[in-house]
Design a protein around this ligand. Structure first.
Ligand code: HEM
Length: 475
């Protein structure tokens, strides 16, 4: 076991380490024949990559990079990783009692939660809510295979293998609902999301697992992410099979990139000697809370700084400490301030540990075309296959979306000089506006366009331990 007492051979690899990937397919399925599924599942388990397996892969990739003189050249070192997760409806179909997972968001499912709590658009109310989602996500989803790798052929081969295990056509124990392929963006844009900002910078460091964490937010106990460990607020109420598992929130998020760019251009900030492009870049940085390079505006508010961006001990080492009731450096509603308010809550002694999530998304869709740039309009679907792990959805993903991003009065300052407004990137609600976008007058309010990030599907899952797969799920 790791120093933390975590059994890395038992925990799925995407949770703690993140499956190494240049491409990743999310394969959503229904279980059509539970008895056969349980038998087939026994043959599937050897394909699953544990956290330990990922560490081995990373060593191999690092060695390969050293030999190549940098860069992970696809095809030269095929790497693939498979993980699996189940929804509440999947456990029901298998006759597995999952009540001790406790989480109401999980037990409700995301389709209904989307209307009740996440703010997604749709029709109907309560259990009859039908979100404006793609068809496959309006059906009951039982599980998802995540297949990550360095190239399409490697991933496609794994998918074929999985389909063979569960059987094809009428003889299959599963029904494929949809498989969505994600790809990191090309060249220097890799690791940047489609609006252009570097992503995947700030994930929580886990005590005992991340042995040498860079400077930044306080490291968290493993139980905030992995069930059954210290930091899991329901640790004492779990069934034994739940230990070493984690909840997975998946969201299929489409991004309207030309529309977002056009908005920045139309509303570009102005200052002495500033070009329109610089004004647009500054506005974008204020909406996200970071420059495209990843440098945080709390530290470098008026100019991007590539040196800060390149330094692991500086890129995430900011806390909003100098501005707990003040938004000249960074708007209260900026995406990274909304989703991890750091000193805004911590200065009052409120711990953020239970609200931390580990993000594992990947981009999907093509680069913006010339035609789209000219028309300032999206013609091709693209965005983020958003995914995050946590030991509680109601304190993690759901809480961040509902109580922070969609909540105009968060952070709730006693002395709040201005109403923060919505998270401009992911905030959903009737009044899409925020204050603080103009550093010269933080009380000015900016009306935002309709959503630039449009949810078109999603579900809540549980990623079981490998022991639970063997003892509980496989027959
Ligand atoms: C951070 C973009 C959706 C939660 C970030 C960052 C970017 C970004 C550029 C900064 C890089 C980093 O710190 O790693 C986006 C885009 C989204 C999206 C374009 C949609 C297409 C979401 C959603 C959530 C979320 C749905 C959760 C409800 C977070 C969190 C952080 C973050 C927790 C880290 C904050 C911190 O630790 O400072 N996002 N994001 N994001 N995002 Fe998002």
């Amino acid at each position: 076991p790791a120093p933390s007492g975590l059994n890395l051979k038992n925990i799925q690899g995407d949770i703690l380490s993140g499956l190494p990937k240049k491409t990743e397919t999310w394969y959503f399925f229904q279980i059509s024949n539970p008895t056969k599924f349980r038998k087939d599942f026994r043959n599937f388990i050897p394909l699953v990559k544990s956290a330990d397996g990922v560490l081995e892969d990373r060593k191999a990739i690092d060695k390969h990079k050293r030999q190549q003189g940098g860069g992970w050249k696809p095809h030269l070192i095929p790497i693939a990783g498979v993980n699996v997760s189940f929804s509440h409806f999947g456990f029901q179909k298998l006759g597995i009692d999952d009540a001790k997972l406790i989480d109401t968001a999980f037990l409700t499912g995301q389709r209904i939660d989307a209307g009740a709590n996440l703010g997604d658009k749709g029709t109907g109310t309560g259990p009859n809510f039908v979100p404006d989602w793609e068809e496959p996500f309006k059906q009951e989803i039982h599980g998802v295979f995540i297949i990550a790798g360095e190239s399409h052929p490697t991933v496609d081969k794994k998918i074929q293998h999985i389909e063979q295990i569960f059987g094809l056509g009428n003889a299959s124990s599963i029904k494929k609902l949809i498989a969505i392929r994600g790809d990191v963006r090309p060249g220097a844009l890799s690791a940047h999301e489609h609006f252009g900002y570097l992503d995947g910078i700030s994930n929580p460091s886990i005590i005992g697992f991340d042995t040498n964490p860079p400077l930044g937010p306080a490291p968290i106990r493993a139980g905030a992410i992995i069930l059954g460990h210290d930091g899991d607020l329901n640790k004492d109420n779990r069934a034994p099979w739940m230990v070493d598992g984690s909840f997975l929130a998946f969201r299929w998020l489409f991004q309207k990139v030309p529309e977002f760019d056009d908005f920045l251009n139309r509303n570009a900030l102005q200052g002495p000697g500033m070009t329109r492009q610089q004004g647009a870049d500054l506005l974008g940085a204020r909406l996200v809370g970071r420059w495209k390079s990843g440098a945080p505006i709390d530290i470098t508010p008026f100019d991007d700084d590539l040196e800060i961006a390149a330094d692991p001990n500086r890129i995430n080492n900011f806390h909003f400490t100098a501005e707990t009731n003040f938004q000249k450096l960074c708007p209260f509603a900026a995406h990274v301030r909304k989703t991890l308010p750091r000193a805004d809550l911590e200065f009052r002694g409120i711990s953020l540990e239970k609200n931390r999530i580990v993000r594992r998304g990947i981009q999907f869709g093509p680069e913006v075309t010339k035609q789209e740039k000219v028309a300032k309009k999206t013609f091709h679907g693209r965005g983020l296959l958003f995914a995050c792990y946590q030991s509680s959805l109601t304190d993690g993903f759901q809480f961040i979306q509902q109580s922070w991003a969609n909540n105009p009065t968060f952070p709730p300052f006693e002395t709040t000089p201005e109403t923060p407004g919505l998270d401009p990137i992911i905030g959903q609600g009737p009044n899409r506006e925020l204050s603080g976008y103009d550093p010269n007058d933080p009380s000015k309010v900016l009306k935002l366009d309709d959503l630039w990030v449009v949810p078109r599907g999603g579900e809540y899952f549980f990623s079981p331990s490998i022991k639970a797969m063997k003892d509980l799920i496989a027959a």
